[in-house]
Design a protein around this ligand. Structure first.
Ligand SMILES: *Cc1c(COP(=O)(O)O)cnc(C)c1O
Length: 466
């Protein structure tokens, strides 16, 4: 990756433990609007918002002012004894009916704020476990989650994640009490002769068989991304899957936890992704887009059914963090969310998402190695395969997706790479997830660059064969 070094400013040995010890990441010196400026002066159009994080413009003066104003007012309190207007207002702002769907009643009543998706999923794991202790069922110790899912990098969140490559070095220290079922992945898993309803029935049967094998009385919760994010590449569940899973959880008395860290907060065109599924979860976790990246922020949202059990029990969640409900983070997120409501950006995301889907379809119509174009709202992905007809992925060392991403970057457009799409090891996709404020022109440039990058990668493939 020699070209990655050209725009890296530090000439001295870096003191940062970067993700790679051999290649330096691009050095960003400023960011505004939709683009990042590198140390070598190059401007990059950020068409993935980092990792589906940025949803409004970079350098937004209103957000910066709100953050600074909060630091002048109250920079920090410990939540053991204190609360702030910033935290109180933010919780109300997130839980009140959203103007993008004013009549939708999500049933969520309280919010718990921490700093990252991993941290908040760990909080959810503990909240759900304690719920059963409060109910007098401390024998419940098993979490059910899905393969090909990402819930975070901390031990708890990683334990319920189904990404074998990321877990491999930690084999032996993951939580033992996690059971996995198939992903809601019609593209890779549905049989050729199977209809979508038959596929859903098969998935639900697999879950119910697991519930019965483990014993529902031993199970804490079922966790899933409403729309799968990075692991499967913007994959909505097949129609009817979530209502069936909700009904199954109700039948067996199991908590339904939706991880909307990537797909929530408007990203898929509705404020909560589950609005489209016709279900209400018991616990939801959000992050990424929540703060548009202006401050590390995430939240767990819980319904009254959960809270009532706590109220009748110890009446306290036995969990806490030093920087929980951080005033500056809360004030920053509040401003971001106010802007999203005021500018009707969730509605805009839905509209631009349709445009992006059409542009991608048109650009890759008939492309030899494009196996699938999917997603919802401004969370879209393009999956590449050696033979889309037989669904044969590229060998891992072809690094097809990585080459597409690098070539797009060379053309000045950042997209997010996904690998291991098929089984956690092989499979290539790129994720396109621009800001909700993305312009038509930017959408066109993004798709143009992606197409060019694809063509360049294909040309490299033929050259390698000669
Ligand atoms: C990114 C992500 C997480 C982890 O969030 P971090 O902020 O990186 O800790 C959890 N769940 C999903 C669905 C994600 O996309």
């Amino acid at each position: 990756m020699s070209h990655a070094k050209k725009d890296t400013a530090p000439t001295r040995e870096t003191a940062v433990l970067h993700r790679s010890l051999t290649s330096l990441p691009h050095h960003v010196v400023s960011a505004s609007g939709s683009s990042l400026t590198l140390a070598n002066g190059r401007k990059i159009l950020d068409s993935c918002g980092g990792a589906a994080v940025a949803v409004i413009d970079y350098g937004n003066a209103e957000v910066i002012e709100a953050a600074v104003a909060q630091m002048h007012k109250v920079s920090y309190v410990h939540t053991m004894n204190y609360t702030t207007n910033a935290a109180e207002e933010l919780a109300r702002c997130i839980l009140e009916p959203h103007p993008s769907s004013p009549n939708f009643d999500h049933g969520l009543k309280k919010a718990y704020f921490v700093g990252s998706g991993s941290e908040v999923n760990d909080a959810a794991l503990k909240f759900m476990k304690q719920y059963w202790v409060e109910r007098g069922e401390p024998q419940r110790k098993v979490y059910v989650a899905r393969r090909q899912a990402y819930h975070g990098g901390t031990i708890g969140a990683m334990s319920i994640s189904g990404m074998p490559a990321r877990k491999a070095p930690y084999d032996g220290i993951m939580m033992p009490n996690v059971e996995f079922v198939s992903a809601a992945d019609a593209f890779h898993l549905k049989g050729e002769d199977e209809t979508e309803p038959e596929f859903v029935t098969r998935l639900v049967k697999e879950i119910e068989e697991l519930f019965e094998r483990i014993g529902a009385e031993n199970i804490i919760s079922f966790t899933g991304e409403t729309v799968s994010g990075a692991a499967l590449g913007a994959m909505p569940a097949p129609k009817g899957y979530w209502p069936a899973v909700r009904a199954l959880c109700d039948k067996h008395g199991i908590i339904l936890h939706l991880d909307e860290v990537m797909c929530g907060m408007g990203r898929t065109g509705t404020y909560f992704a589950f609005e489209k599924e016709g279900i209400k979860p018991d616990v939801v976790t959000i992050g990424k887009a929540l703060s548009s990246g202006y401050a590390p922020s995430s939240a767990m949202l819980v319904n009254d059914k959960m809270l009532d059990v706590f109220r009748r029990g110890t009446a306290s969640f036995n969990h806490g963090h030093t920087f929980q409900s951080h005033p500056m983070c809360c004030a920053t997120v509040l401003k971001v969310q106010q802007i999203i409501k005021r500018e009707q950006l969730v509605e805009r995301c839905a509209e631009k998402g349709e445009q992006l889907a059409k542009l991608l379809q048109d650009a890759f119509d008939g492309a030899e190695y494009v196996a699938d174009i999917r997603g919802r709202g401004l969370l879209r992905s393009v999956e590449f395969m050696l033979d889309p007809r037989t669904k044969t992925p590229f060998p891992k060392d072809t690094a097809f997706g990585a080459n597409v991403q690098l070539a797009a970057f060379d053309l000045g457009v950042a997209v997010y790479l996904g690998s291991g799409t098929v089984d956690g090891i092989v499979g290539d996709h790129v994720l396109v997830s621009p800001q909700y404020t993305v312009s038509d022109k930017e959408l066109e440039i993004t798709v143009w660059a992606l197409k060019k990058a694809y063509e360049k990668t294909v040309a490299g493939l033929y050259k390698a064969k000669l």
